[in-house]
Ligand binder design. Sequence first.
Ligand SMILES: CC(C)(COP(=O)(O)OP(=O)(O)OC[C@H]1O[C@@H](n2cnc3c(N)ncnc32)[C@H](O)[C@@H]1OP(=O)(O)O)[C@@H](O)C(=O)NCCC(=O)NCCS
Length: 149
Amino acid sequence: MSAAPLDLPAAPAPAPAFVPYEERMRANVIKLWRRSFSNSVAAYERDIDAACRNHPEWFIVALAGGAVVGTCIGTSDQHRHWLYYLCVARHARRRRVATGLVRHLEGLMRAAGARQLGLHVVKHNRQALAFYRSLGYETEQISCLGKRL
Ligand SMILES: CC(C)(COP(=O)(O)OP(=O)(O)OC[C@H]1O[C@@H](n2cnc3c(N)ncnc32)[C@H](O)[C@@H]1OP(=O)(O)O)[C@@H](O)C(=O)NCCC(=O)NCCS
């Protein structure tokens, strides 16, 4: 049997679908978050439950070939809309999965009357800053202060 030619193009990655979170995805979402963030599993469980209670339609999962490859969660308070838990599995990065997640959430929020979407990024997270800037997000002229209680 002859070997496959080296210039054979790699199989294209399946285009992701952006779907609302479903309970059957919980274990895989938490697995992705454990690789992407540094919170506790208890915090992830709590935040999933809260997202499902408050705005389940804004808890968006990117599925590629049936696998969870990205997430983001939208929330709102009386003043503003917020974006949390944006991440993409390492093997699926730089293929516009996060772009699709954020655009999808923006569309849903705009349709619900939102006029502005905010988020927090730690200053040293250069890849996230570069990503958000690529979508038109700008650093606002406010200082965000905090204190551990
Ligand atoms: C930030 C993150 C969500 C980006 O996901 P992604 O699917 O790779 O992003 P996209 O493919 O949609 O990127 C769109 C554009 O953003 C910019 N960008 C994305 N990742 C970048 C990086 N690592 N370095 C520089 N620019 C980057 C580029 O302009 C990119 O366009 P290009 O690939 O044509 O150059 C992903 O790197 C991630 O999950 N990081 C870890 C979790 C995290 O930090 N989340 C944010 C918490 S606030």
